[in-house]
Structures are given as structure tokens and as C-alpha cells.
Design a protein around this ligand. Structure first.
Ligand SMILES: *[C@@H]1O[C@H](CO)[C@@H](O)[C@H](O)[C@H]1NC(C)=O
Ligand SMILES: *[C@@H]1O[C@H](CO)[C@@H](O)[C@H](O)[C@H]1NC(C)=O
Ligand SMILES: *[C@@H]1O[C@H](CO)[C@@H](O)[C@H](O)[C@H]1NC(C)=O
Ligand SMILES: *[C@@H]1O[C@H](CO)[C@@H](O)[C@H](O)[C@H]1NC(C)=O
Ligand SMILES: *[C@@H]1O[C@H](CO)[C@@H](O)[C@H](O)[C@H]1NC(C)=O
Ligand SMILES: *[C@@H]1O[C@H](CO)[C@@H](O)[C@H](O)[C@H]1NC(C)=O
Ligand SMILES: *[C@@H]1O[C@H](CO)[C@@H](O)[C@H](O)[C@H]1NC(C)=O
Ligand SMILES: *[C@@H]1O[C@H](CO)[C@@H](O)[C@H](O)[C@H]1NC(C)=O
Ligand SMILES: *[C@@H]1O[C@H](CO)[C@@H](O)[C@H](O)[C@H]1NC(C)=O
Ligand SMILES: *[C@@H]1O[C@H](CO)[C@@H](O)[C@H](O)[C@H]1NC(C)=O
Ligand SMILES: *[C@@H]1O[C@H](CO)[C@@H](O)[C@H](O)[C@H]1NC(C)=O
Ligand SMILES: *[C@@H]1O[C@H](CO)[C@@H](O)[C@H](O)[C@H]1NC(C)=O
Length: 582
């Protein structure tokens, strides 16, 4: 076997031929030290680097691939200041702590790894002498997917007890403790039934596309609210430690403070277990806060309210003295797969009293959502809840008497003045009306006239908010224009042609209340996408396209999204090209 005098050079050339992203090579035996200030392995244009970053706990350092040397996009774990990251001569990448104990290992010993490379895409690879990747950080994501990273079914993002996955059927899911699904977004069942091996990638324009051999060119699943903006923007999708999945954008290199441009759950309180066991999530103005159900409970950790609550007196220690704590506007969150919970028909008083007399019942919820259902949770299980004036349910928690209710929250939303209440009625009427029309519109493709009517109404509504209000409200009423804008933007979400994209009624209420941010509604589908979704849907697609023509100029962001439609209509093709290029 003849040895080339320039093995690395040849390998580098091979690499350049194989991958469109240029990469820097890291020879075997290279090492980074946690204490070694400013040590890093950087990609050719310094967009990404491998280095140690200060971690959240003191005197500990995170071995990570990071963007702009600041934002970790892949990491292996934290070590003390005497730790190191080494590419061993046997071909493994290994993180060891100050006692030389292995904290993490790529597991590639003896697999023929001859060098590592870090690409401008953010991918860290271990390559063999044929330049085949033996291991890559993109195949082993931690809590982040960077733009153009291929996230396939079977891979998992993890953060604390939370995980994000792309299911084989095409659903995007967020789970708690590997079992409780608290968010799921899927494709139309007509697509999902014949998916073979779906994958997902965040495009540089801020649109998340799903790919599969059965989906020609990919299908759009998520739009960040700044999609199509900023040519020099770096984007990533991250599962945060609060259990929410978000899209972040950063101006290249000089990354300022990052702000999310999409969140899976607009209402943070709906993240399962966000407030820990016995914790109740509520909003203090616009900030989610974790509370205990009553003063019969204490916080487990006063410095971290998310750790949950514990009883001051255990139920076992108050025989015969147990009583029910009544929590209005509170829904204890149920996990339908939890064997410790059951649902049955009962009004609120039997729902409460059944739990009180049952020795195994821990808490019950009178859903009050029109279903007539009572939900009961058995002792020994985890429970977590959500409290808001928009929640119709009442929850009952068994405690040792006497009941010590909480003080009301300062600055809670919803105790508004009269004009707010009045506006509410208008809001519900308007949104309800549009929602009704949307159902008609989506339901029967033959009703082209009705959908045209809907679209004309929506367009009119957008460009003419003030005029609409004049008709509905007396002249003496003062109106919060911001709230009205929220209303109209919300109505746009309600009229989404895709049922999955329409918000739930609870979310609608939150959007109007201003508790949750309203993202820019997705652009309407274009005709070439329509042909792929089947002929029955095409009339309503087309009518929206037509109706968007005469939109008058307005500062509303919802209007803007309509107007950018023409610019972004080829995003599917652009996205596909750049991803397939890799
Ligand atoms: C490390 O880099 C920072 C900023 O780039 C610089 O201020 C600092 O002096 C450097 N430290 C060392 C030891 O080179
Ligand atoms: C290194 O890790 C080992 C095993 O986890 C642990 O016992 C040891 O205390 C750690 N050493 C340091 C300095 O953190
Ligand atoms: C650390 O452990 C490896 C094997 O696990 C050994 O080869 C190496 O010599 C050790 N380094 C030190 C500084 O003890
Ligand atoms: C690459 O490595 C394999 C074994 O891992 C070896 O058989 C082969 O000869 C090597 N090829 C070159 C070009 O070095
Ligand atoms: C570095 O390279 C990547 C991939 O080619 C490119 O997207 C990015 O804009 C480049 N960054 C700079 C600062 O040149
Ligand atoms: C993503 O990766 C999978 C598995 O490696 C591959 O089959 C698929 O074609 C890739 N998708 C894209 C869009 O590159
Ligand atoms: C995960 O959940 C358990 C309760 O099931 C809790 O004790 C633990 O602190 C949680 N871990 C994290 C990292 O939040
Ligand atoms: C988390 O899941 C494990 C099994 O995977 C289960 O044993 C444990 O009880 C669960 N934790 C909670 C708090 O439900
Ligand atoms: C979920 O499962 C994975 C793999 O089985 C495991 O590593 C992880 O610790 C589990 N997480 C929780 C919260 O139980
Ligand atoms: C997929 O998501 C849809 C809603 O988007 C939901 O109705 C369906 O039950 C989900 N499927 C699974 C297997 O989670
Ligand atoms: C709610 O907000 C007010 C004012 O911002 C603050 O004083 C109070 O401590 C907050 N309450 C909780 C429980 O965080
Ligand atoms: C039972 O409840 C009453 C008030 O409801 C209280 O005064 C008494 O101390 C409680 N007894 C026990 C054993 O907790």
C-alpha cells in the first residue's frame, strides 16, 4: 500500500469534491482543553467552531459545536476546568473530565477514522480514508437542528425531560418523560398514510419543509414569522429546557439577543409538566408563573418554582379530615395514556364528591366543556395544571383541611373594565363569524362562491379594520386598536384552509387577550402546490389566490404576509435544491 506524501491534502480534495460545504480538517491526536482560553477548531469561514463554552453551572464547561462561538448547536456534556476533548489516535472523539473519566465518547474506536472535519454547515464529522462519514453530529443531534440539517424520523432532540421527534407517520411531536405527548402536528391523513421515511429541514428562508419520496419537492409544515426576510440570517430550531420548540433567527456572526420567531406552543402553560408535580401554571400579566394549588402546599424549591410543590400535610396523616380544594378556571392536565386517570359522565358536584369519598382519588376535574365529563386522577400519579380566566373547567384537589386558598395574583389578566368586556363580544362575534365561514369554505370545494365571499370579507377586514369597528361600536366607546389588530390577525388564523393550522378556541381567546403572540399566518398555497394536493381542494386554494390581488396597503402584518406571497411562491423549489445539493 503506497503511502502518499500528502495524505491530508488528498483527503481534503476528496472532501471538497464530495461535499458542497467546505470544511476544516482536524487530525487524529488533536485535543482541546476546557481551561485553554480561546482554543477551538473552526470551520473554514469561522461560522461554526468546536470549543468549550462556559455552562450554566459555575466552573463547568460545555464541549460544543457553536455558531459564532456563542450559540451551541450541538453538545456532548459539561466537564470541570481540567476536562478535555480529544480525537484519539484510535479514532474516537472523547470528552473526559478532570479525573480522566470518560463523560462522552463517539464510540468509533477501530472503525477506520482517519480525521475529523468541521463544516461551514455546522456538521462535525469523523471520516475514514475514503472520506465516508463514520459518525457525524448531524446524525446525533442534541437539542438543536440548524438550517439545512436533515432531521429524519427516528432521531430525537432532548432537553431535560422533554423530547421532540418526527414520527414515521409524519407527525411532529413533543413528549414529556418519553411518553406523554403534549403537542402534535401532522399532515393531512391522505399524505401521512403512505409516507415511507419522512425527514425535516429548516430552510434558510425560515420555512420548515418535510421531505419524503411520496412528497414531491417537500411540503411546508412550519413558517417562522420572519420567513422570507433577511438574506444573511442564520436560523435554528431548538427544543428549549422549558419544553417548548422554537425557531430562532440571528443576523450572521454578530449574533445579538436571539428572539424566537415561532413556538410550538404559544401558551407556555400547555407544556406538560412545566410547573412540576402539583404545580399550577398561570399567567402573571404576560409571564407564565408556577404556583402551588393552595397554601396547603409548599414549593419544593423556592429558587426554582418549576420544581413543583409538596403537601404540608400528607393525605395519610389526616384520616377523616380530608376535604376538597376547589380551583375555579383550572384544568389539571390529563394524559390520556396514563393508567392512573379515568374519565366518566358526571356533573360538577358528583365529580367533586366522588373523589372525596374515594380512597384512591387524588383530584378530579369537572371539564365543563360541554362534554359532561368528569376526569379523575388516582393517588400516586403526577399531576400538573393550568389556570386562566379562559379555562371553563373547575378542578378539585384532595387536601387535609382546612383549605388555605392562594392570594390572588397581582396583575392577572381578565379582571378588565367594561369596555374590554364589550370588545370581547365583538371579538367573539367577528371571529366566530369568520370561523363559521372558514368551515364552509374548507368543507365543500364546490362552494366557490362562498369561499370567494369569505376571502373578500377577510381582505376587506384587513385593510379596513377601523371601518368595521365603526359599524359595530358606538362612537362613545374607546377602542384599543392593538387589540382590534390582534382580533383581525386571529381571524386570519381561523380562516386557514388547512384545519390543522387553525387555532383551537382556547388559543383564539389567548391570541385576542394578548397572552400569546400571534405569528404571521402562512401564505396561501399556490396553484402548483394545489395540483399535487388533489383536484377537490383546488377551488378554494385558487379563490384565495384571486382574492389576494386587490389588497390595499396597510401596516397590518397579516396583510404583509399576503403581499409577500408572490415573492416566496417558489420557496419549495429553492429549498429542495439547496438541500439536495448537500
Ligand atoms: C480570548 O479572546 C478574547 C476575545 O476574542 C480576548 O479578549 C482575550 O484576550 C483572549 N484571551 C486569550 C488568553 O488569548
Ligand atoms: C469525573 O467523573 C467521574 C465519574 O462520573 C466522577 O466520579 C468524578 O468525580 C469526576 N471528576 C471531576 C473532577 O469532576
Ligand atoms: C486517561 O485515560 C486514558 C485511557 O482511558 C489513558 O490512555 C490516558 O493516559 C489517561 N490520561 C491521564 C492523564 O491519566
Ligand atoms: C482504507 O482503510 C482500509 C481499512 O480500514 C484499508 O483496507 C484500505 O487499504 C485503506 N485505503 C487507503 C487508500 O488507504
Ligand atoms: C460560511 O459558509 C456558509 C456555507 O457555505 C455560508 O452559508 C455562510 O454565509 C458563510 N459565512 C460567512 C461569514 O462567509
Ligand atoms: C435525509 O437523510 C435520509 C437518511 O440519510 C435520506 O434518506 C434523505 O434522502 C435525506 N433527505 C434529504 C432531503 O436530504
Ligand atoms: C424530570 O421529571 C422528574 C419527575 O418525573 C423530576 O424529578 C426531574 O427533576 C425532572 N428532570 C428535569 C431535568 O427537569
Ligand atoms: C417516567 O417514565 C417512567 C418509565 O419510562 C416511569 O417509570 C415513571 O414513573 C415516569 N415518571 C412519571 C413522573 O410519570
Ligand atoms: C427517554 O428515553 C431515552 C432512551 O431510552 C433515555 O435515554 C432518557 O433518559 C429517557 N428520558 C426520560 C425523561 O425518561
Ligand atoms: C398526528 O397529528 C394529528 C393532529 O395534527 C392528530 O390528530 C393525530 O392523532 C396525530 N397522530 C399521532 C399518531 O400522534
Ligand atoms: C406578578 O407580577 C408582579 C408585578 O410584575 C410581581 O410583583 C409579582 O411578584 C408577580 N407574582 C409572581 C407570583 O410571580
Ligand atoms: C381537621 O380539620 C380541622 C378544620 O377543618 C382542623 O381544625 C383540625 O386541626 C384538623 N385535624 C387534623 C388531624 O388535621
Amino acid at each position: 500500500m503506497a503511502k502518499s506524501p500528502y495524505p491530508n491534502l488528498i483527503l481534503l480534495l476528496l472532501l471538497l469534491l464530495r461535499f458542497p460545504f467546505s470544511s476544516s480538517t482536524i487530525p487524529l491526536g488533536s485535543v482541546l482543553y476546557a481551561s485553554g482560553s480561546n482554543q477551538s477548531w473552526s470551520s473554514p469561514n469561522f461560522t461554526f467552531s468546536v470549543s468549550f463554552l462556559p455552562s450554566s453551572s459555575p466552573n463547568s464547561f460545555l464541549a460544543a459545536v457553536s455558531f459564532a462561538g456563542k450559540i451551541p448547536t450541538w453538545s456532548t456534556g459539561s466537564v470541570d476546568s481540567r476536562g478535555s476533548l480529544r480525537l484519539s489516535s484510535s479514532g474516537s472523539l472523547r470528552l473526559t473530565n478532570g479525573s480522566n473519566a470518560t463523560v462522552w465518547d463517539s464510540g468509533t474506536d477501530g472503525l477506520g477514522v482517519v480525521l475529523a472535519s468541521i463544516e461551514d454547515s455546522g456538521n462535525l464529522r469523523l471520516l475514514d480514508n475514503q472520506s465516508n462519514p463514520v459518525w457525524s453530529s448531524f446524525d446525533h443531534p442534541t437539542d438543536t437542528i440548524v438550517q439545512l440539517q436533515n432531521f429524519t424520523a427516528g432521531k430525537v432532540l432532548r432537553s431535560g425531560n422533554y423530547s421532540f421527534q418526527l414520527e414515521r407517520r409524519g407527525n411532529l411531536t413533543l413528549k414529556w418523560n418519553n411518553s406523554t405527548t403534549y403537542w402534535s402536528q401532522g399532515l393531512n391523513s391522505s399524505f401521512s398514510s403512505n409516507l415511507s421515511s419522512p425527514s425535516l429541514a429548516l430552510q434558510t428562508n425560515g420555512v420548515v419543509l418535510m421531505f419524503d419520496s411520496t412528497l414531491s419537492g417537500g411540503t411546508e409544515t412550519i413558517y417562522s414569522d420572519d420567513y422570507g426576510e433577511g438574506s444573511n440570517t442564520f436560523r435554528f430550531l431548538k427544543l428549549d429546557d422549558d419544553g417548548n420548540l422554537r425557531i430562532y433567527s440571528s443576523a450572521s456572526r454578530n449574533s445579538g439577543p436571539l428572539s424566537p420567531h415561532w413556538s410550538a406552543l404559544a401558551n407556555q402553560c400547555l407544556v406538560y409538566g412545566y410547573c412540576g408535580n402539583f404545580g399550577i401554571c398561570s399567567y402573571n400579566d404576560t409571564t407564565p408563573v408556577c404556583l402551588c394549588p393552595s397554601r396547603n402546599f409548599d414549593l419544593v424549591d423556592v429558587s426554582d418554582r418549576r420544581k413543583g410543590c409538596k403537601r404540608k400535610v400528607e393525605l395519610n396523616d389526616c384520616s377523616g379530615n380530608a376535604t376538597m380544594l376547589d380551583l375555579g378556571n383550572t384544568r389539571l392536565v390529563a394524559d390520556s395514556s396514563d393508567p392512573n386517570s379515568e374519565v366518566f359522565f358526571a356533573g360538577s358536584s358528583p365529580c367533586r364528591s366522588n373523589c372525596l369519598v374515594s380512597t384512591t382519588c387524588l383530584a378530579s376535574v369537572s371539564l365543563s366543556d360541554g362534554s359532561g365529563n368528569c376526569w379523575q386522577k388516582q393517588r400516586g400519579s403526577f399531576f400538573t395544571g393550568y389556570q386562566s380566566s379562559s379555562v371553563p373547567s373547575t378542578s378539585y384537589v384532595k387536601v387535609c383541611g382546612p383549605v388555605l386558598p392562594n392570594q390572588p395574583l397581582v396583575g392577572t389578566k381578565g379582571d378588565g373594565n367594561n369596555s374590554k368586556v364589550h370588545l370581547w363580544i365583538v371579538a367573539v362575534a367577528l371571529v366566530g363569524g369568520l370561523l363559521g365561514l372558514a368551515l364552509v369554505c374548507g368543507g365543500a370545494a364546490a362552494e366557490t362562491i362562498q369561499s370567494l365571499e369569505l376571502c373578500r370579507l377577510t381582505t376587506l377586514c384587513l385593510s379596513n379594520t377601523e371601518a368595521i369597528l365603526d359599524k359595530r361600536l358606538g362612537e362613545d366607546q374607546t377602542v384599543d386598536m392593538e387589540q382590534v389588530k390582534r382580533m383581525v390577525q386571529t381571524s386570519f388564523w381561523c380562516t386557514q384552509e388547512q384545519p390543522l393550522q387553525r387555532p383551537t378556541m382556547g388559543k383564539v381567546v389567548q391570541m385576542i387577550e394578548g397572552i400569546t403572540a400571534i405569528n404571521k399566518p402562512p401564505r396561501p398555497k399556490t396553484l402548483n402546490e394545489v395540483s399535487f394536493s388533489g383536484s377537490s381542494g383546488s377551488t378554494s386554494h385558487a379563490s384565495i389566490l384571486v382574492a389576494s390581488g386587490p389588497t390595499r396597503s396597510s401596516s397590518s402584518s397579516a396583510t404583509r404576509s399576503f403581499q409577500t406571497m408572490g415573492i416566496t411562491s417558489s420557496s419549495t423549489k429553492i429549498g429542495q435544491g439547496s438541500l439536495l445539493g448537500s
